[in-house]
Design a protein around this ligand. Structure first.
Ligand SMILES: [Fe+2]
Ligand SMILES: [Fe+2]
Length: 338
């Protein structure tokens, strides 16, 4: 394995201490060497940035042993990246995605720890800010999400798609925060399900499916003692497999007994699963998936929300985005009843 890895220089913020050495690569045909560009204790000044631009350096490198420091640096400076007008929408979306991957990987190792909630809330807040302030996030965020069904990727994808859709529905920022957090955490309980069941290539047996059905409750058990997680995010975790006609799990509730954010999550969850490669099925293209959701799975979803979702993914000029004075949905206030 190489001792160096390329990083996106767009994650570097002027006038910050980078805290790891930066290198430039020189040479070609398998004879490359890495030359020190700046030391970790140096400030990344505007002059240094200009130097990179004038030399037309596309890539910077760090030592692989500094990867954790780099990930931490990206996360600590996420707000600056999102608010930086010199960076493109895609550059910002890429940094957001990397940061989410790092948070989720650490969270999956220790899901009961409350120490990740502040990081999750900062990530969701920055993603909401990015979506609300930048008209290009629909394409830039969809470009960076991958089609892979590991818990980590699926959780980030659903959160990103959910926030874009929630913004399309004109949900309030606080509701978006709950939606983004709930979706990021919705499948956390799957780490209690045996990997033989999670990764099985064929149809699940009744017993295996019963094991799988425990994950919403297991997720809630991990998180409901953490007071900083909003009740509405917990509703998503426990209700994201409930169907509109009452045939879902764990409680078999339906219609208006399902929280609006959980209805939204049900749609996003199925859409991301079916458009991703899973152990038992290849990814399908968006249009056939939407057709299948509408024609063969309509019992699962709130029909009005599914119609909105199809409009949201369709050509942007199909309909006008509703303004705040014309908000289609408002989230009811809820009390903890689980
Ligand atoms: Fe799930
Ligand atoms: Fe899921």
């Amino acid at each position: 394995m190489s001792e160096y890895r390329a990083i996106t220089k767009n994650a570097l913020i002027e006038n910050t201490k980078i805290e790891f050495d930066l290198f430039l690569k020189s040479g070609s045909n398998g004879h490359s060497s890495y030359i020190l560009f700046s030391c970790g204790d140096e400030l990344f000044s505007p002059e240094r940035r200009e130097e990179l631009i004038s030399r037309n350096e596309q890539k910077l490198y760090i030592s692989t042993k500094d990867t954790d420091k780099y990930l931490k640096y990206q996360e600590n400076n996420l707000k600056h990246v999102i608010e930086d007008d010199t960076k493109s929408s895609k550059e910002k979306s890429k940094v957001l995605y990397h940061v989410a991957e790092n948070i989720m990987e650490e969270l999956l190792i220790n899901p009961k720890s409350g120490q990740h909630t502040e990081r999750i809330s900062a990530w969701v807040g920055n993603t909401v800010h990015h979506i609300l302030e930048d008209d290009n996030t629909f394409s830039s965020l969809f470009e960076v999400i991958t089609h892979d069904y590991r818990i980590c990727t699926h959780s980030i994808n659903t959160s990103v798609i959910g926030l874009l859709f929630g913004s399309f529905l004109s949900l309030k920022p606080q509701e978006l925060n709950c939606l983004g957090t709930g979706l990021l955490l919705h499948d956390i309980g799957k780490i209690t399900v045996p990997s033989t069941v999670i990764n099985k290539r064929g149809r699940l047996t009744v017993d295996e499916f019963n094991e799988m059905k425990k994950h919403p409750k297991a997720g809630l058990d991990f998180l409901d003692h953490i007071s900083s997680i909003d009740i509405q995010s917990l509703e998503i975790i426990i209700q994201h497999h409930e169907n509109n006609d009452g045939t879902g799990y764990p409680y078999g509730i339906g219609g208006s007994d399902i929280h609006l954010l959980a209805h939204i999550s049900r749609i996003i969850d199925v859409y991301d699963a079916m458009t991703s490669d899973r152990p038992y099925a290849f990814a399908k293209k968006p249009f056939p998936v939407l057709a299948e959701m509408k024609n063969e799975m309509s019992n699962c979803f709130d029909p009005e929300l599914l119609r909105e979702f199809i409009c949201f993914l369709g050509p942007k000029d199909l309909r006008k985005k509703p303004g705040p004075e014309n908000t289609l949905y408002s989230v009811p206030s809820v009390t903890r009843q689980m």
